[in-house]
Design a protein around this ligand. Sequence first.
Ligand code: PLP
Length: 388
Amino acid sequence: MRLSQRAAAIGESATLSVARRAAELRAAGVDLADFSAGEPDFPSPPVAVEEAARALAAGMTRYGPAAGLSELRRELAESFRRRHGAPWTADQVVVGVGAKSPLFALALALLEPGDEVVLPSPYWVSFPEQIRFAGGVPVAVEMAAEDGFRIRARPLVEAFSPATRAVLVNSPCNPTGGVMAASDLEELAGACAERGIPLICDETYERFVFEGEFASAAPLARRLPETVVVVGSFSKTYAMTGWRVGYALGPPPIIKALISIQSHSTSGPTTFAMAGALAALRGAEDEIAAMQEEYRRRRDLVLSMLGRIAGVRCVAPAGSFYAFPRVSAHYRPGRQGSIEMAEYLLDEAQVAVVPGVAFGADDHIRLSFACSREVLSAGLGRMARALG
Ligand code: PLP
């Protein structure tokens, strides 16, 4: 039995050994401080749960439209118009299975073998894999920790080549928390439009910004309707990871292609999950505000505790719910590199983190603060002692 080259190339994640070790420790009853999860620890909004249950009980159990429920597409277009002045209409929206499926479909829709996608590094783990899976070549451009991991347009534009077919940015960024300023977005969007290539903006963490206002790419679509694409998700915004509802908005030819791909792959998200998502979109602002407040407190706690560990440098994340400290000053034989450091922290401090190498930055580890302040405080205390 032979796997396709495509599947074989994806292989096992380099960080799986750490995840496996964490699972073993947990199974053995060890009380881990788990900073590895990229998902909110809050419950989904009651309005969403009630509406999904109601829809299910009312018989919403059939196939839905491949593009997603029309009402949800309309409400998403309206939400982007109201919040960002975006020009998109309901037919320029596709509702996907999380943000992950539209992102994957975008790679399939846009890339021929050898086409390059320029993206900032550190990057979310799935970006390069999805690009490669579609036959493309990720061109990662490093953003500087000294610059607060801000996502800058200039170095991205300088990385353009004749083979560049798309640009993919993620602001606020998983894992760094870095954001892209409106002026940089504008410069990058302009450069993409000039070349007629799409600028894909993954705004999954749009509602979790701690410094200043979030700059969405959506307003730029008014002037550059043919090249700006925005991807988002209900997963983090509404603590609805398991519901698997996300979306993309953009130019009609691209959205049409995404719907076609979806019609032959997932057939769209689960219908009653979309009904719940629609209810969240219409009425869960209080829940978002409560999460924002709590993430801010946790961020301050994490920064102050990490700041007290000699040799650990952490940029204050401007957004998201991750901290991405540089820990390489603590690398030694036996804990050389982020994977061994993560294993060391598991064994010595019972703290689970994600090795930075997964995001293209082996001097760092990623800590999620999607867990309680008590757990953060206890785990970071143990981490300080292990690195002391
Ligand atoms: N984009 C980024 C930057 C993420 O961090 C994630 C999840 O961790 C996703 C997209 C996908 O989220 P989902 O498919 O749950 O919407």
